[in-house]
Ligand binder design. Sequence first.
Ligand code: CP
Length: 307
Amino acid sequence: LQHFLTIKKLENDQVKGLIERAEYFKAGGAVAEYSQPIYAVNMFFENSTRTHCSFEMAERKLGIQTIPFDPATSSVNKGETLYDTLLSLNSIGVNLAVIRHSKNEYYNDLINLNNTQKLNMGIINAGDGSGQHPSQCLLDMMTIHEQFGHFKGLKVAIIGDLTNSRVARSDMRLLQQLGAEIYFSGPEYWYSSEFEEFGKYGKVDELIDQMDVVILLRVQHERHQKEVSFSPTAYHSEYGLTIERYARMKERAIIMHPGPINRGVELASDLVEAPKSRFSMQMKNGVFMRMAMIEAVINGRGLGGEK
Ligand code: CP
């Protein structure tokens, strides 16, 4: 791959290959030794803990040199465009940019669509607005695969703030492609026609004992244009994973959440580290999956020149 921007064009075999490679790294498999240094920059224009630190950890484990970049003190604040910023970093010698940005498909302004641009670096999308979150999606697939060994026929519920969720938009697409059955829940006003081709809407209480995987989404207040009055307690009681609902889940079912978690809202605080919770495993798997993704771009661009 030249870039890793979306999961939309990934074939099932590529997904399988990435999961296998991530599992190889997780099992302690050796990383490639590159004959020349590779330099990466992590540019997070939206807040992040997991994705940012996880990409940095993945880069370090792969032996990549990470160049610090802080949007708040960068010349972006003097009006420099993202493209010109990358052109500068590329001129300095940076080969890869991991970017999180609030603009959906921000990467269309960066990649060489008309062959007139000079930018010669791999772009890895760490989340674009409400668009896509490829690395979260693939680490989610890895975590589900680890539990069940397959995707076909698995019943997966995605519950919560669907409208604003790049995780929902990525996961639903790939899960459907891999043969899972998808259901949506949460406040009905967050379910729209966009989601209909991927799965049906149901009430949490009707779905919970049928599901193999329950993916809880954070209520993203920061993205709501006009905040309707929101009661965390009322949300939890109507749509959240309560202790009582958790007790009704299938024996082998798992719960996932991309984080950060609103304890007592999407789920009861006591469930964060419950036996069915895979939150820590998702974060752990994220490092290995990001290693696999970065490696795919390094190989795709012929950057490494393996020793
Ligand atoms: N899952 C996720 O994207 O978390 P961060 O926003 O902390 O990176």
